[in-house]
Ligand binder design. Structure first.
Ligand SMILES: [Fe+2]
Ligand SMILES: [Fe+2]
Length: 190
């Protein structure tokens, strides 16, 4: 079948490149350029998220959720700093490239604030939904970028990306705990 032949062809081409790649420059490869481009995308995403989280904290009803967003604002600033370290390790200048996915997710968070009443737990349930969508987007991104870095032999960059990935996962768990702890139940009773 044509598909199989194409797959086999690509695999052997990749293998032969790997052999010559030992003396060639990985930085010139399309994969490396794609990796750097995607780092720019998540860099834009984090830089916008760090501005959105304080607004989400202000909009939250429960002090727990407000505190969780405040905590993650600090952590998100660390994610930005970490990405700058990754760019430095790769000899690249930190640059942001518009991330349409994050722009859309943050727009959704704004709509949730607009569509729910201030001082309600329904507002918080909605904010948690919006925030968890963001965290899952970040988890997917950092998970993939970490494996890219590993594949290209950028071990230090991979370790830094793993640190951020762990923090995004912990944030997601903390948000679930707030939601299932009392927010969802109280929202249901409103
Ligand atoms: Fe982040
Ligand atoms: Fe995050």
């Amino acid at each position: 079948m044509a598909t199989t032949a194409k797959k086999t062809g690509t695999a052997s081409k990749a293998n032969s490149k790997k052999t010559t790649g030992l003396t060639g420059k990985m930085e010139d490869s399309e994969f490396h350029k794609f990796f750097v481009d995607e780092l720019k995308d998540i860099y834009w995403a984090e830089k916008h998220l760090v501005k959105a989280l304080p607004k989400m904290s202000k909009a939250a009803t429960s002090t727990d959720l407000a505190a969780a967003f405040e905590k993650h604002t600090q952590e998100t600033q660390m994610h930005i700093d970490t990405l700058e370290e990754v760019f430095a390790l790769l000899d690249e200048k930190p640059a942001a490239k518009k991330c349409d996915a994050m722009a859309g997710l943050l727009e959704e968070a704004d709509s949730i604030i607009a569509d729910t009443d201030k001082g309600t737990l329904t507002r918080d349930a909605g904010l948690i939904l919006a925030a968890q969508k963001v965290e899952h987007y970040e988890i997917a991104t950092y998970g993939t970028l970490k494996t890219f870095a590993e594949n290209m032999g950028h071990t230090d960059a991979a370790n830094l990306l793993q640190q951020t990935l762990d923090n995004e996962k912990a944030t997601d768990v903390a948000l679930t705990e707030i939601a299932t702890g009392y927010v969802n139940a109280e929202a249901a009773a409103e």
